[in-house]
Design a protein around this ligand. Sequence first.
Ligand code: HEM
Length: 396
Amino acid sequence: MAVDGVETVLVGTWAGLGELFAAERGRLDVLNTPLVHDLFGRTLFNLTADHHGEARRRLRPVLSGRALPGYVPSLLEVIAPATGRWALHGTEDLHGQVRELTGAMSSRVLLGIAPGDADAVTFVAAFEEFVAATGAPPGPARYTDRRYWAGRSARRELHALFARRATQAADVNRAGPGGSALAGLVAAFADAPAEVGPLADHLLALLIAARETTASLLTWCLVELAGNREHAELAAAEARAVSADRDRLVARDGLPVLRAVLAESLRLHSPNLLSMREAVCPVTLGGHRIEAGTRVAYSPSAGHFDPETFPRPLAFRPGRFLAGQASRSRLWAFGGGAHACLGRPLAELMALTVMACVLQRGLPRLPDGPPTRITFRPAKAPTDPLPFALDQEPPS
Ligand code: HEM
């Protein structure tokens, strides 16, 4: 089928994606345009083979496992003022607010930039300019596009800011915990060979990969809970327990209801529409030979609506993940294989923390009803501003 006007092999079904991921290494590269190569340099999704694996090996420990509890206080510091405002005044644009919050959480955790920090404004302005450049034409026509040149300049500005923050992070680390991944990332890349790419390139990619996806997940969690009072009340009861015991946010089995809400939202509203690959040598998938140079695509939601695996697949039923009727391993929302999402643990921590803070304040409501128009790129989101409010629960 044609994807963006180019003939592409689309891989479907849960099992099909499993086969794709198993066959991927050395045979399928992430398909990135010259624009993406220019803007992102030697970052993960532009690297191949051993260099790619080596960069992942260096990044992973700082984004998962034992590193996560250290980020909880920083996340709460960023989230509390935002959810406090939503509780008092609601918002006219849920997704816009959630995007802003996700950007603030990511820059706090990845760069150590607190909202009131002098670098916060500089960072947001340069980052938006950089993001706008990703909308420039993908090929040679990019050179005639103003956004491309503004994005290149923003990239230089961001790299300089990262270098400055990295020096500060090292200092803060000597004085005490900074609640940011930056010092760990600097240490992890201190002796990295040039082929695995500079940390600045990886930081930009992490910031980009984190924002639209996590904002999408949060938006749909809140939209679904607004339409399902019973689940919202159950999740709110669990959220209140987090105030007394923050460790639940990072404990694997700490928040079963909230984790089930996340899983069911990812199933129904997978943030990413399509991921693209290019065959670098002939490869066989589902019994079909695919020639070198062919484009291959997968949708992370392949299999998410299979009624055999998920009965009543169009219904929002987080309980299916609680009662053991459905397994999270049947979801590909975070991809799989060589390029599986490296930020998944952090994304889940950010989403759980926001959901807990929101539900401690009240139950979600959409005064004008659910979104009627939806966009799918860069991630699934309401097209139009979506009014949102939090109703205080009557005291029990
Ligand atoms: C709900 C939130 C998120 C979702 C649904 C999501 C989804 C995905 C998917 C589907 C892929 C695979 C893309 C492909 O196959 O080409 C991916 C890759 C990636 N994600 Fe995420 N992501 C999320 C959040 C994050 C966060 C918070 C970070 C960083 C802190 C992050 C960093 C990355 C990186 C670096 C890659 C590329 C890995 C590689 O090429 O080796 N993601 N993500």
